[in-house]
Design a protein around this ligand. Structure first.
Ligand code: ADP
Length: 328
């Protein structure tokens, strides 16, 4: 017989992503709708260890659906890697009577949730909140749409100045292990090529394609590079290209943290609201807990946490062919 969930905790952990607030709001309001007590846990797992948690009412989440960042703050918590840290966290939850947990974060946060739920009798639900999108078991992650649209807006602006000066721009976008922001923003802005961690880049081929374009006077070229590409990011790619094309006018632009901030897009608010609601319903029903809830083919999709942390979403290599053909 499953224990009835009466008090739940919600936290945001790891890298922040726009839309996390919308997810918190959905968890709090759905929880309160069903008569649960909802506690906000401050700074991710650190707040569980430090006993930094507070009761959230519907008013606690007023006016946040449109805000980036996370009102609960986020943190990376070393102590949670250790069994003693997790035990301390459990004891603090027990003291408050919290018997269900919603973790909004990326794969690292789910690794923590998976360990925690296997050690203690507190069911967990993971909601994918990451700008990187590279999680298996979901077509969307909270934050990706906003981040990639921020990148597109910035790259469009760079294209204007690249065009005015016939320049080669190398634009570095976020993605230490994932090329999704680079792929989507690169395709959407007509980039010459994209360099992503998932696929090896043939630098010689890239250079000869740039040389060939120079001959035909196609002088505006944008290369979109994920920060974790084979060569180590935009500046390193620029050095390699400069060696081979010493006359090229090359500029590097690193978009950086602007990709994390800002008001979440409509899509991110929608996903976050739907998933936050589903997380509470799932905790109450009790039969699909210790899962990450995603959306696949517009249906809710439940992936056991231990599986969610093992798998990542791959990028179909055909996309790279599409990029090259469309940039010719
Ligand atoms: P993200 O969720 O964005 O991938 P991190 O990888 O930084 O972010 O993970 C967030 C936090 O989750 C870590 O600081 C740590 O507290 C917890 N965590 C990550 N991996 C583990 C693990 N293997 N065991 C226990 N806790 C973990």
């Amino acid at each position: 017989m499953k224990k009835k969930v009466t008090k739940i905790g919600v936290l945001t952990s790891g890298g922040d992503a726009p839309g996390m607030n919308a997810a918190i709001r959905a968890v709090v309001r759905t929880g309160n709708y069903y008569g649960l007590e909802v506690f906000g846990i401050v700074r991710g797992y650190q707040g569980m260890i430090d006993n930094d948690m507070y009761k959230m009412e519907n008013r606690s989440v007023a006016n946040i659906i449109q805000r980036g960042g996370t009102i609960l703050k986020t943190a990376r918590c070393k102590e949670f890697f250790e069994p003693e840290g997790r035990k301390k966290a459990y004891e603090n939850l027990k003291k408050l009577g919290i018997n269900g947990l919603v973790v909004i974060g990326g794969d690292g946060s789910f690794r923590g949730a998976q360990k925690f739920s296997s050690e203690f009798d507190i069911p967990c639900i993971g909601l994918p909140g990451t700008i990187d999108k590279d999680m298996a078991g979901t077509d969307f992650t909270i934050g990706f749409d906003t981040a990639v649209n921020t990148a597109v807006e910035a790259i469009d602006k760079i294209r204007d100045t690249a065009d005015a000066h016939d320049r080669l721009f190398i634009i570095e976008v976020m993605g230490r292990d994932s090329g999704y922001i680079a792929l989507h923003s690169g395709v959407a802005t007509g980039a010459e090529n994209i360099l992503i961690p998932e696929h090896k880049t043939d630098i010689e081929e890239l250079i000869s394609s740039l040389q060939e374009k120079e001959k035909r006077k196609k002088l505006v070229n944008l290369l979109v590079v994920a920060e974790g590409d084979d060569f180590g990011g935009g500046n390193e790619v620029a050095k390699l290209v400069k060696q081979k094309l010493p006359n090229a006018d090359i500029k590097v632009c690193i978009l950086g943290h602007i990709q994390r901030g800002g008001a979440p897009s409509c899509l991110d608010r929608l996903i976050a609201s739907r998933l936050g609601y589903a997380a509470v319903e799932t905790l109450i029903q009790g039969d699909k807990v210790n899962t990450m809830i995603g959306i696949v083919n517009n249906q809710l999709h439940y992936t056991p946490l231990d599986q969610a942390v093992k798998e990542t979403q791959t990028i179909d290599p055909e996309w790279l062919k599409i990029v090259k053909i469309l940039a010719s």
